[in-house]
Write a protein of this length. Structure first.
Length: 183
């Protein structure tokens, strides 16, 4: 009987340590990121768009979409612009859920105190609410890379973004995050 109790206790401790190890590895790897570049696939209510993005912490992003309308999304840390051939939208970054995704220190603080949820043998999820925004972050269990997020956008649409071909801490041009002019 004592052997069974010891075995069960050891198994529980092993599972808890493995889970803590994944979380600690995610925190350590994410903490070391100054910038990431990646390909993305974004699904907003069934409409799928693809492209390339670069994030520089804190709160800067540049995305070029693979669309004929030359769509780009740019944040300089304060404002967010979405521009196409025919349109130009300017938003205060703080009014968007993207402001939270681009705040590495906030994400690290949240992850530290959150329980992760296993999605399957490959992925782990952290969820939190902040300023009426629900954020779901997804990480790869093997590489500990951020591989996506889910939010509700400013129009109340579910927005799911998947990341691939992730490159970390690349040399970036500072003008990359300059807001484009409204032609």
């Amino acid at each position: 009987m004592i052997k069974k109790i010891f075995l069960i206790t050891s198994l529980i401790l092993f599972i808890n340590n493995a889970s803590a190890s994944i979380k600690n590895n995610i925190i350590n790897k994410f903490n070391d990121i100054e910038n990431i570049s990646f390909k993305f696939e974004q699904n907003i209510n069934g409409k799928i768009e693809k492209g390339d993005c670069t994030i520089e912490y804190p709160k800067k992003i540049f995305c070029k979409y693979d669309l004929a309308n030359n769509k780009i999304l740019v944040s300089n840390g304060k404002s967010l612009v979405i521009k196409t051939i025919n349109s130009y939208y300017l938003y205060p970054l703080e009014k968007t859920p993207l402001s939270l995704i681009l705040d590495k220190e906030l994400l690290l603080k949240k992850i530290k105190y959150l329980d992760e949820r296993d999605i399957n043998e490959n992925f782990v999820n952290f969820s939190f609410k902040e300023n009426d925004n629900e954020i779901n972050l997804f990480f790869d269990k093997k590489t500990f890379n951020l591989i996506g997020w889910q939010t509700i956008d400013i129009y109340q649409n579910i927005s799911i973004t998947y990341l691939s071909s992730i490159r970390r801490n690349q040399k970036l041009e500072k003008k990359l995050f300059q807001l484009p002019e409204n032609d």
